[in-house]
Design a protein around this ligand. Structure first.
Ligand code: FAD
Ligand code: PHB
Length: 437
């Protein structure tokens, strides 16, 4: 058995990084990769993060905005939540709007005080980059042609290009945190992975606007012309989305058309009109659901968007990425402290339990709120009936709220993973099913 190496004793000068070996090589400086590196560093485990883009690009990429309570708690507990606590805004409810009427889902009241925090993903990235670099951590930006090797054997390594030089870094484990289009997942032979994918027949047209907030809480609106979402970034910058054709072009959307469409879809009174602000960013996002199983291949562990994608209607992607790496970091810490690989063995099962729950929640929200061009009138009525049931039922609102604010880590994970582990161990030699104790 390969014993994880003592990285520090093997370091010597080179160009890309100051060492030839590390304990964990992390591919991707998104939320997953940076948070993993941070959690490992707090436990004294060394890692090197490889990122294909520049630091400026990574810190400027506009994506998520909603942080679950679970994510917020982890950022605070691990010392990277200070700016978020100052600048983020806590929301204790959201509104579901349909047929021109709003229905509040009282997130905090329904979940024993849990809430979401609106804080932009690129701000989380900035906080994590600052924390890692401040603690002497290594993040290599602008690396090219990164490939991962021998993760099915005992000597994995990463090969990459820095400027015009090819370098390699040996490691004990590789964490593939390189997003949906990254290299790690594709390095696993086809026969060793099963992929589940669903491409949704619509996109989201997103804008950033210079304006004061449109609402005190997020609004998820269903209208026969399509879904729309009112979110926020700060007291001066608002984030709005409109369901659009997935093949649509930003150039088809002059400002006047965007405002008119938002007014129509969000209106609760005949004369209602959103206040106009300067639109300074426009973009179209495709909607996809995707899961790869398993999330571990030898000493390669996938985490975050590299392993799964959800449509953003449930605001789960970043939060799932953080949940994955918390499970992975704990398992690696166990490995380096006690020598036991048990938790690493169960990483994939534990992470996938949460992933599939989030897939289901994201699909529920997406299906309930979007316009489907191929729906017949009966299906349209079913969609409205479902929304009405949510509006009328405290039980359904509680289910929505629990998923939206995020279950505590280890809650659903432990139960499902325990069952998964038991199912794999034949009981009394009688078969492959064993009953949970
Ligand atoms: P990424 O953020 O994709 O990071 C991967 C990194 O790896 C990138 O920096 C990339 O440059 C790098 N990389 C790729 N290939 C290589 C390579 N070969 N070598 C080195 N580096 C490489 N989620 C939420 O939780 N809440 C929300 O409100 C929310 N809203 C969203 C709104 C929109 C419009 C979109 C598009 C997404 C939203 N998400 C949301 C999802 C969230 O942004 C993602 O799930 C999250 O970024 C995943 O983080 P990650 O670290 O796994 O991957
Ligand atoms: C966002 O603010 O970008 C946002 C909010 C809620 C979502 C998705 C995105 O469900």
């Amino acid at each position: 058995m390969h014993v994880p190496g003592d990285a520090s004793s093997m370091s010597f000068a080179s160009h890309g990084t100051s060492r030839k070996r590390t304990q964990v090589a992390i591919v991707g400086a998104g939320p997953a990769g940076l948070m993993l590196s941070h959690l490992l560093a707090l436990a004294g485990i060394e890692s090197v993060v490889f990122e294909s883009r520049s630091r400026a690009e990574v810190e400027a990429t506009l994506r998520a905005g909603v942080l679950e309570q679970t994510t917020v708690d982890l950022l605070v507990e691990t010392g990277v939540g200070e700016r978020m606590l100052r600048q983020g805004s806590i929301h204790q409810g959201i509104e579901i709007r349909f047929d021109g009427r709003g229905h509040r889902i009282a997130l905090s009241e329904l979940t024993g005080g849990r809430a979401i925090t609106l804080y932009a993903q690129h701000e989380v990235i900035r906080d994590l980059v600052a924390a890692r670099l401040g603690a002497g951590g290594e993040i290599l930006f602008d690396v090219g042609d990164l490939t991962v090797h021998e993760f099915d054997a005992s000597r994995p390594f990463v090969r990459y290009r820095v400027e015009d030089r090819i370098e390699t870094l040996a490691c004990d484990y590789i964490a593939g945190c390189d997003g949906f289009h990254g290299a790690c997942r594709r390095s696993v032979p086809d026969a060793a992975r099963t992929e589940y994918e669903h491409v949704h027949p619509f996109g989201w047209f997103g804008i950033l606007v210079e304006a004061p907030p449109y609402a005190r809480e997020l609004i998820y609106a269903r209208h026969e012309r399509g879904f729309s979402l009112v979110s926020t970034r700060s007291p001066d910058v608002q984030r709005l989305y409109l369901q659009c054709d997935p093949g649509d072009d930003v150039d088809n959307w002059p400002d006047a058309r965007i405002w008119s469409e938002l007014d129509t879809r969000l209106r609760t009174r005949a004369d209602e009109r959103l206040h106009r602000g300067r639109i300074f960013q426009k973009g179209i996002v495709q909607m996809r659901s995707f899961v790869v199983e398993p999330m571990r291949f030898g000493s390669l562990f996938l985490a975050g968007d590299a392993a799964h994608i959800v449509p953003p209607t449930g605001a789960k992607g970043l939060n799932l990425a953080v949940a994955d790496v918390k499970v992975l970091a704990d398992a690696l810490i166990e490995r380096y402290t006690s020598g036991s690989e048990d938790d690493l063995e169960h990483y994939s099962d534990v992470a996938l339990a949460r992933v599939w729950a989030a897939q289901q929640f994201s699909w529920w929200m997406t299906a309930m709120l979007h316009r489907f061009d191929d729906h017949d009138p009966w299906q349209q009525r079913m969609q409205r009936a479902e929304l009405q049931r949510v509006a009328d039922s405290r039980a359904l609102q509680t289910a929505l709220a629990e998923s939206y604010v995020g279950r505590p880590l280890g809650n659903i994970d432990s139960g499902v993973a325990r069952r998964a582990i038991l199912v794999r161990q034949p009981a009394d030699g009688a078969g492959s099913e064993a009953r949970p104790a």
